[in-house]
Write a protein that binds this ligand. Sequence first.
Ligand code: FE2
Length: 163
Amino acid sequence: MKRVNAILHHPLYRRCYGRLEELERERIFCCHQMTHLLDVARIAYILNMEQDMGLEKEVIYAAAVLHDIGKYAQYEDGTPHEQSGEKIASEILDSLPDDAAFFEEEKRMILTAIRGHRRLRVDAEPLEWLLYISDKASRTCFACPAESECDWSAEKKNMELKI
Ligand SMILES: [Fe+2]
């Protein structure tokens, strides 16, 4: 997992993630920190195997750990986090050391998946679909103490474990 670890230890990632942690300290609703990011990564990897999608493990994990990295900006100035996240992720992916770099096509897939993770496009790419589904499936609404105050629609909430 050398390439994913290079992302997690990247100075820009640490900075954005640290700010997000501060901003979510008192949050009672879904947070966007490491537990969530790794839940998404692992659900996505399981689905990838179950459905024989053939996506590379580190590409899936990279998309998962980066997908909410722009969330701090959404709290700060309202920028939709799929937009700020794509920008930050692009900067991180373009500045990884040579021995931990992703191929251009992998970077493109990761950025497309981040950009599309909040609304599923009709013609979504495989990684984009996988990230969207796993992100939503990761939320344990059935066990959330703030469920009744949450503005997710009844049909969106996971009141039963599905994946
Ligand atoms: Fe997420």
